[in-house]
Design a protein around this ligand. Structure first.
Ligand SMILES: Nc1nc2c(ncn2[C@@H]2O[C@H](COP(=O)(O)OP(=O)(O)OP(=O)(O)O)[C@@H](O)[C@H]2O)c(=O)[nH]1
Ligand SMILES: [Mg+2]
Length: 459
């Protein structure tokens, strides 16, 4: 594991740009001394941990730069486990830049991306899954993504994996102990107990792996493509769904050509709509390109909203198109929207389709709620992924869970084939290694560097 350099790092923790205040953070053994060198206020070395002090920050030439609040945190009870100093100055580019400069001249090194979090991890302040949750939390783009990353940050998922590893470790010790006594003809370790552990572990891993599908939806949102014949009302529906006039609507078929993306949030999930060119064969080169793009988008989508004009009906060719998609794109959820129902004589409905009027929905968003809630339900699949349950949102975690699952299955096969304890213990150790890679217990230096380098500077 990377040994902590003895150096002290510094970075601006707040975003660039004009704001009321900015915060610059130092971490490392010399954080207090370095801050003191640039600080004209009180003698920080005489002050207790977790105290704040007002004074002026100064350049190397002892010119005042800004009036600031310096908060000191002494190791080890700090966010990184090292001495930490937070300098809160006035916002704006220049002030924070010049203070940062002064601190660097006084001996601190500019932090690498994610280096504060990396130090917190190396000093045992959080495990790897929690460190990754910090990044997830910062980037969360919807209410549910926020809830889940917060749960990961609190560490419940880490505790779950940690407890599982501990139990497997116990079991390994037990089996391997039996191995040592093999010659003395001691019975093979409690088979029932081992079998129970393997069954439970397998079920848990399966559940976690399956949650990733939903996790990815929570993280990235649902990609919803609106497609259909020209003039079906796709752009009108898009505008109704996002609540403003995003796309141009006209009675001329072939209005939309370039794809138009817009986002909305429903029940805490990010919905990423894509309005497309109406599907038809066209002699117009630009329109044909639009149609080609629409078809490509459908293949990348989670959900297809296929819109048709109820006064015209769904044509045979369209039915075939949808049947083909159902056959070939098994992951795609298809919703057929029967639009312009306001033009029909009397309300009618068609089973398995959503009958509505996009035109009316422009002024009454409640009309699209049943459609939205069906879409969200279709990707959730399992309502049990509520608050407090474990949802895997990280691709790296999903990979290691998959490898651990394979190892457990192999151990189960070994057990039923009466393999020696040695062979089964090998599989168990492999599964443990994979689970450890998630929390960081067995992650290599290279992996750690790769993960932390994706963080932003100052985090
Ligand atoms: N009466 C009625 N008219 C609608 C409805 N939805 C759309 N329209 C009208 O139908 C016409 C076409 O609507 P658009 O939303 O531009 O259709 P589109 O599917 O995006 O068409 P293209 O971009 O050409 O593929 C416009 O004149 C809309 O006002 C509806 O629910 N009821
Ligand atoms: Mg359109």
């Amino acid at each position: 594991m990377t040994p902590i350099d003895g150096d002290t790092i510094v970075a601006r923790a707040t975003a660039r740009g004009i704001a009321a205040i900015a915060m610059i953070r130092l971490s490392g053994p010399d954080a207090l001394d370095i801050a003191q060198n640039c600080f004209s206020g009180t003698d920080l070395s005489a002050k207790e941990s977790h105290t704040a002090h007002v004074g002026f920050m100064q350049s190397v030439l002892k010119n005042d730069l800004d009036q600031v609040v310096v908060t000191i945190f002494r190791a080890p009870k700090t966010v990184t486990g090292e001495n930490v100093v937070e300098i809160t100055c006035h916002g704006g580019e220049l002030v924070s830049h010049r203070i940062l400069d002064a601190i660097i001249q006084a001996g601190a090194r500019p932090a690498e991306p994610g280096e504060f979090t990396q130090r917190a991890f190396l000093n045992g302040k959080m495990d790897l899954a929690q460190a990754e949750a910090v990044s997830e939390l910062i980037h969360s783009g919807s209410r549910r993504a926020h809830t889940i990353s917060l749960a990961h940050l609190k560490g419940s998922y880490s505790v779950l994996l940690h407890d599982l590893r501990e139990e497997m470790l116990d079991m390994c010790g037990f089996i391997e102990l039996e191995l040592d006594f093999a010659e003395e003809d001691v019975e093979f370790a409690d088979k029932a107990r081992l079998s129970d552990l393997l069954e439970r572990t397998k079920a848990l891993l399966k559940r976690l792996i399956e949650s990733y599908r939903y996790g990815a939806v929570v993280r990235d949102g649902i990609r919803i493509v609106l497609a259909g014949r020209p003039n079906a009302g796709k752009s009108t529906l898009l505008n109704a769904l996002v609540g403003f006039d995003r796309a141009i609507v006209s009675e001329i078929p072939g209005t939309t050509r370039d794809e138009i993306g817009e986002e909305a949030e429903y029940e805490g999930i990010r919905l990423r709509f894509m309005d497309t060119a109406g599907l038809r064969k066209s002699g117009d080169e630009i329109e044909s390109e639009g149609v080609r793009r629409a078809e490509a988008s459908i293949r990348k989508a989670d959900v297809l909203m296929y819109v048709y004009d109820a006064t015209i009906g769904l044509e045979e060719e369209e039915r075939e198109f949808l049947d083909d998609l159902k056959k070939n794109e098994s992951d795609l959820h298809i919703f057929v929207v029967r639009n312009k129902c306001d033009l029909l004589d009397g309300e009618t409905a068609v089973d398995g389709e959503h009958s509505l009027s996009a035109l009316r929905a422009m002024n009454d968003e409640s009309l699209v709620i049943p459609l939205l809630s069906d879409i969200v339900k279709s990707v959730e699949e399992d309502d049990s992924y509520g608050e407090g349950s474990y949802v895997v949102t990280n691709e790296r975690h999903r990979y290691h869970l998959g490898e651990a699952y394979e190892a457990i299955v192999s151990a189960m096969n070994g057990l039923s084939a009466d393999m020696t304890g040695e062979v089964i213990a090998l599989d168990l150790r492999l599964a443990m290694k994979e689970l450890g890679a998630i929390t960081g217990a067995t992650a290599t230096e290279e992996i750690l560097d790769r993960i932390f380098s994706r963080f932003c500077i100052g985090k």
